[in-house]
Design a protein around this ligand. Sequence first.
Ligand code: LLP
Length: 420
Amino acid sequence: MNYFEYRNGEMFAEGVRVADIAEKVGTPFYLYSTASLAHQFNQFKEAFGDVDLLICYAVKANTNQAVIKTLAELGAGADVVSEGEMRRALKAGVPAEKIVYSGVAKTVSEMTFALNQGIYQFNVESEPELYQLSSIAAELGKTADITFRVNPDVDAKTHAKISTGKSENKFGVPWKSIRELCTRAAALPGIKLVGLDLHIGSQITELDPFEAAFTRISGLVETLREDGHDISRIDLGGGLGIPYEGDDFPPLPREYAEMVTRVTEHLNCKIIIEPGRFLVGNAGILVSKVVYVKKGEEREFLIIDAAMNDLVRPSMYDAYHGIVPVVESSEESVLYDVVGPVCETGDTFATNRLITPMKSGDLLAIRSVGAYGAVMSSTYNTRPLIPEVLVKKNDFAVVRPRPTYDEIIGLDQLAPWLSE
Ligand code: LLP
């Protein structure tokens, strides 16, 4: 469902005119819809029916606390990959016993923090990490519930930079070594092996790679049980894709859940999933203003006030994002290259894109940027991070304000020999 709809030719976010927010907040800014977040979350929840399920929102997709809290209030736990993310999740009201900790290189201080908070589970990715966690937990007199992240050697058929389940990727433990590692884990203090975990990649638009990976992990659960391990949880990671306009429609949560149930039901395990993009991706747009329309020799450029530092996905992954005017026009569309003001050719949001004629000062919306948008932004070119705004019905609130120049520049300190 789309919560950014036109009414009488003007784009609304739920019940609020997008142009009104732009006027109040200034451009560019990220804009999220509460109803969209809830709709996406509930789709997953309903799809799994009465399966014993914990949905751990992969907060890396969008760490704004207002977004995390909106999902937490609906019952979401969190998947975190750093102490910073865990602190945010806790602050946004996710209880520690609903937080799972993923990531290839958890440090001593991160493990200590998570153990002291009473985290639900560590997804362990290597043998050295296992020994490290065991020794810290034993020292603290605690027991860490762990899963091993299995590298199932499956091709997720997605962009190479976001594919994580092949044997050449740095993630997880090769599936062939899992059995041996579990035997070693069983003998360690401070550790309780409770399950297996995997995450094969992101923006996956077919069920087959998931099914191949989940079948492999189910087989491993059976083998481990035969070996005498008490396996009660399977964490299936995230990765379900979303439509980016122009993409084929990815599988629906209902289809995904049916497949998961078919492959894992007989094991009677608690199922954990870690969706990120699916929950927040289509719940956000980036609103930007046209600064100049520039006629090049070959192309016409819409130079907008957002740039690659605000949304890096097009330049980093050649990602496609829909770009639409905030005020509709009946004029015939023309071809534009939509670019930002940063001094790099990679600062391009779209090439040869059909958009109705625009002029300086007009507003544009870049669609489907709720996931991996604001979180991947930077202050390159000393451009302040852009605000994030959350809409709920007829209300909106700035949930991260635009920093001042003094705040950004003030972060630097001169070395003593450079001070006056
Ligand atoms: N669990 C783990 C262990 C992960 O590493 C990730 C994402 C997720 C869950 C959530 O995956 P999702 O449901 O969002 O696909 N920056 C890239 C995406 C990187 C994904 C990294 N891992 C992009 O903009 O496409």
